[in-house]
Design a protein around this ligand. Structure first.
Ligand SMILES: *Cc1c(COP(=O)(O)O)cnc(C)c1O
Length: 371
């Protein structure tokens, strides 16, 4: 088939997989031969390596990013009836972990340029029931964490960072996920650091929180068959840990590739009418898990359909803010910026090794659709 007619996916993980193929196959083979599939030396080594990379005391592999959030809020002491402040513009798991414990997510609306919640509005959302804050570094863009930590400290709240989309991103001199009391990462295959299946990571500098998650992930047992509390089965498996160990040394390069591609898109789109390009905060390092523009003038769905016709896959993250989901039908709140963004956002194809030629095809199709 003519290369110009091939469909452009939203994400192509194959080039990065191919670039580490020999070590990947060797590691996987070693796991198969070892017969050790759950926990074990690969998981421990990965936990040590990733803790060093992030600059955090404890890193604990779990089954998914969702489990890292659920075990995280539990370890930080969430109880039924408590309130937790977060963004409505994110994946459901961010607030699901709160609702899971019969606690209440309280939403703070977002900034339309960064898609992250407005830190200046946090304080007015606090009530006597508020216990924590879950900032989400959405699309790989760091949240302004100093004001978040400042509010948390003044009101005695914990902060659990949802870093599912921001592995390797930085806030000032620190890695996102290590600034709050704890952080929850996802290794879902489409994330910046993706496994070949589900996986997640809980990180913290707090010994008590780490101890709780370490016990909780294995049925509440510090010692086998000596269960001290009701836990869950949520472990990172050895195969995923082996894959992640092969990928971790390359993550900075790969994130840099995303940043370069993002800059290229932004440069090419800066004078194009009807598209608002994403703003990069200057206090940190955005890792562009997604490159998300806003299509103004009520044309988003039309533009997305035209791009699809031209063979360019795009995605809408997120078509409904969380407070508009059926599960929260009882919550009677209005978040006008999130609601508007939900009708305007469009994520374009991006991955570490996307070629300039592929980007040019996306850009041409987008400009043509807007004309
Ligand atoms: C992907 C994601 C999660 C959940 O991670 P899983 O590993 O899929 O459970 C949580 N929060 C955000 C913001 C995500 O993008």
């Amino acid at each position: 088939m003519d290369a110009a007619l091939t469909k452009i996916p939203i994400l192509d993980t194959r080039p990065e997989t191919e670039s580490i193929w020999p070590e990947l196959m060797q590691s996987v083979e070693e796991v198969f031969k070892s017969g050790q599939f759950i926990m074990g030396p690969n998981v421990t080594s990965f936990e040590n390596e990733v803790a060093t990379y992030l600059g955090v005391k404890h890193a604990l592999g779990v089954n998914s990013g969702t489990d890292a959030l659920i075990l995280g809020v539990h370890a930080l002491g969430l109880k039924p009836g408590d309130e937790v402040i977060t963004t409505p513009f994110t994946f459901f798991a961010t607030s699901e972990c709160v609702s899971h414990f019969m606690a209440k997510p309280v939403f703070v609306d977002i900034d339309p340029n960064t898609f992250n919640f407005r830190v200046q509005d946090l304080e007015s959302a606090i009530t006597e029931k508020t216990r924590g804050i879950i900032p989400v570094h959405l699309f790989g863009q760091p949240v302004d964490m100093d004001p978040v930590m400042d509010v948390a400290e003044r009101h005695g709240l914990w902060v659990l960072e949802d870093v599912a989309q921001a592995f390797g991103a930085e806030y000032k001199t620190r890695k996102t996920g290590t600034i709050g009391h704890a952080g929850a990462f996802s290794f879902f295959p489409t994330k910046n650091l993706g496994a070949f299946g589900d996986g997640g990571l809980f990180v913290t500098n707090d010994d008590a929180a780490a101890d709780m998650v370490r016990i909780m992930r294995v049925h509440g047992a510090r010692k086998k068959y000596n269960n001290e509390m009701v836990g869950v089965n949520s472990r990172l498996d050895a195969l995923q840990a082996a894959v992640l160990r092969c990928k971790l040394p390359h993550i900075d390069d790969w994130n840099q590739g995303r940043r370069q591609a993002a800059r290229r898109y932004t440069e090419a789109l800066k004078d194009v009418q009807g598209v608002v390009t994403p703003v990069e905060e200057t206090f940190g390092k955005h890792v562009f898990h997604q490159y998300t523009v806003r299509i103004t003038g009520g044309r988003r769905d039309e533009i997305q359909a035209k791009l699809a016709e031209a063979g360019v896959s795009t995605m809408v993250y997120y078509e409904k803010p969380l407070h508009r989901l059926p599960v929260y039908a009882g919550l009677d709140v209005s978040m006008p910026v999130s609601e508007l963004c939900a009708t305007e956002v469009l994520s374009l194809p991006i991955w570490p090794k996307i070629t300039p030629e592929t980007q040019d095809r996306v850009l041409e199709a987008l400009k043509e659709a807007l004309a």
